[in-house]
Design a protein around this ligand. Structure first.
Ligand SMILES: NC(=O)c1ccc[n+]([C@@H]2O[C@H](COP(=O)([O-])OP(=O)(O)OC[C@H]3O[C@@H](n4cnc5c(N)ncnc54)[C@H](O)[C@@H]3O)[C@@H](O)[C@H]2O)c1
Length: 332
């Protein structure tokens, strides 16, 4: 409802910086809670919007959560340590940020009578899961701490009576964001092709669903606004955007001329999941509007524009940034 103050945690992130902008464009007031692990550059275009209130704080602090939830109509919870490699670096911090903070968020929501909690989970909860289409009630087979903490948070949220939890299991996200990441499959492959002329592929036959970052942001708004979503778990993506890793590499090579695709063997990420998005389509009409091909075109354009000097820079890669940043080095 217009006039609502929506709290977005992690609103300066890859997905969050798009979501914040879209909510403001729709007339919402946004309160953003973020500890700016990767800085606040993603907010440059919206920082001065009078309907945006920025709180620099930590979702692990009950005090910061209280300041952020007081007067809010609902929360979209994106803040997390994101990605398998980043979480493996700091297991204890990962448990605090990706799971214990969910319990704290619920407790503070109850204190302030905030009901709607839209939570960012991940299709990586399906883990190593073969070739068949996976539905929301399919077997989970997580292969990483990151995925396990998403499941723990989901289970906790769904067990609470006094909050209306909505769980969104996002596909692997791609495309350009004001807070850019190059540690996501489509973005990494495109950057390698454009700058090095080569894409290396391991696990070519493994399935992954993909979702454009702007569509991810739209899904959070649709879930926030849909009364029917309460208590639901939804895979977020589009059936046609499930591709094997090898297929993504070939798509990149088709757009970036001269790209060589090298297929490797060996010990690699065992995740494989091919996901159905029938439920979210039927529940609130969500369909991604953009494709992997669109994301490749966008990332290619960004790199050609010269605004990214080194896509391998630490800030574009969560695990690299966390392992090279003093504030985090002491946190293991
Ligand atoms: N990007 C993907 O492919 C993907 C896929 C599935 C699910 N998701 C989920 O979507 C959400 C957003 O992912 P993203 O790609 O935007 O990640 P991101 O790393 O770009 O952003 C995370 C944001 O959370 C903030 N943050 C981290 N710890 C915090 C803390 N303790 N307190 C306050 N803020 C904190 C960071 O500063 C950052 O702005 C995450 O919950 C993630 O699990 C993302």
């Amino acid at each position: 409802m217009m006039g609502d103050i929506i709290l977005v945690t992690g609103g300066a992130g890859f997905v969050g910086s798009h979501l914040t902008r879209k909510l403001l464009d729709r007339g919402y007031s946004v309160r953003l809670l973020d500890s700016f692990v990767y800085g606040d550059g993603g907010l440059a275009a919206v920082r001065d919007n009078p309907r945006l209130e920025i709180i620099e704080g930590d979702i692990c602090s009950r005090g910061d959560l209280g300041a952020a939830l007081d007067g809010a109509s609902g929360v979209i919870a994106l803040a997390a340590l994101v990605g398998d490699p980043a979480c493996e670096l700091y297991p204890q911090k990962t448990m605090q940020i990706n799971y214990e903070s969910t319990r704290d968020t619920v407790a503070v929501c109850k204190e302030f009578g905030v009901q709607r909690v839209v939570f960012a989970s991940s299709c990586s909860v399906y883990g190593a899961n073969g070739d068949n289409f996976l539905y929301e009630d399919s077997r989970q087979n997580p292969v990483s701490l990151y995925a396990r903490t998403r499941i723990m948070s989901e289970d906790y949220l769904l067990g609470q009576d006094d909050v209306e939890a909505v769980i969104l299991r996002l596909s692997t996200v791609c495309g350009v964001s004001p807070r850019m990441r190059f540690d996501l499959m489509v973005n990494t492959m495109t950057a390698c092709a454009v700058t090095e002329g080569k894409v290396r592929v391991q696990g070519a036959d493994q399935w992954r669903p993909h979702l454009h970052v702007q569509d991810a942001a739209e899904a959070f708004i649709a879930a926030y606004e849909s009364p029917a979503a309460a208590g639901g778990v939804f895979n977020v993506g589009t059936d046609e955007e499930n591709f094997t890793i090898g297929e993504v590499a070939e798509k990149v090579a088709a757009q970036v001329s001269g790209t060589v695709v090298e297929y490797g063997q060996g010990d690699f990420d065992k995740r494989s999941y091919r996901v159905s998005f029938e439920k979210i389509r039927n529940a609130f009409g969500f369909r991604g509007q953009r494709t992997v091909d669109d994301a490749i075109t966008e990332v290619h354009g960004l790199l050609r524009s010269g605004s990214v000097s080194d896509f391998r820079g630490d800030l574009y890669n969560n695990a690299k940034w966390l392992s090279n940043n003093d504030r985090w080095r002491g946190a293991a």
